[in-house]
Design a protein around this ligand. Structure first.
Ligand SMILES: *[C@@H]1O[C@H](CO)[C@@H](O)[C@H](O)[C@H]1NC(C)=O
Ligand SMILES: *[C@@H]1O[C@H](CO)[C@@H](O)[C@H](O)[C@H]1NC(C)=O
Length: 183
């Protein structure tokens, strides 16, 4: 039994060494590619629509009882990304994900969302935004933690500025300036 086991461990070890040398070679090849990173900057408007017959932002978890700042609330979003602050301007993608109220001391959200572009050369490419959004601040910076398509290897940040907030419906329009490094 002990022999079988040690033979088994030996072959696992061999496989592991073979695999890691293959991976090492693959990494070596990628390192040799003449990859040049680009910095892109663009601006989109994010429309959070909670009212009406076709809301794009839906509360899926209610705030916890007896907590301030809506602590515990979660909204799932499939928001439009538009070139201008008006809903009539050109739609260039969607913001899909969720935001959650994560602070008991201030009005602050955890944003976790993909920007999925649907126009021109960006069609099908995505970036992923994950960060803290202290929504009462005039400018909120959040990290871009990854991307796909034209935005492979993306990293960067966004600056979010509220353009419109309707206290009655909760609807908001937020300008997102995106700064992203990618290949
Ligand atoms: C929470 O709030 C409700 C209604 O406002 C109240 O009846 C209840 O006692 C509170 N619970 C705690 C643990 O404070
Ligand atoms: C974007 O890509 C999808 C899927 O490939 C395609 O159906 C759609 O027509 C494209 N849109 C534009 C504006 O190119």
């Amino acid at each position: 039994m002990a022999t079988i086991l040690s033979n088994y461990s030996l072959s696992i070890l061999t496989i592991t060494i073979l695999l890691s040398s293959t991976i090492y070679q693959a990494i070596g090849q990628v390192d040799n590619l003449p990859v040049k990173e680009k910095l892109s900057h663009f601006r989109v408007y994010w429309h959070d629509i909670l009212d009406g017959t076709t809301p794009t932002s839906v509360q899926v978890v209610k705030p916890l009882p007896n907590m301030t700042n809506g602590f515990g609330q979660v909204n799932m979003i499939d928001n439009l990304l538009i070139l201008g602050p008006e809903l009539s301007s050109k739609v260039v993608g969607k913001a899909q994900g969720f935001y959650a109220s994560t602070s008991q001391q201030e009005l602050s959200l955890l944003m976790a969302m993909n920007f999925i572009f649907t126009e021109g050369e960006y069609n099908g490419s995505t970036i992923t935004i994950l960060g803290k959004n202290a929504i009462l601040n005039e400018v909120r910076e959040m990290p871009v933690v990854g991307g796909s398509g034209l935005f492979r290897f993306a990293r960067g940040y966004v600056e979010a500025r509220t353009q419109m907030f309707d206290a009655k419906s909760g609807d908001a329009t937020v300008e997102y300036n995106v700064y992203v490094m990618h290949i």
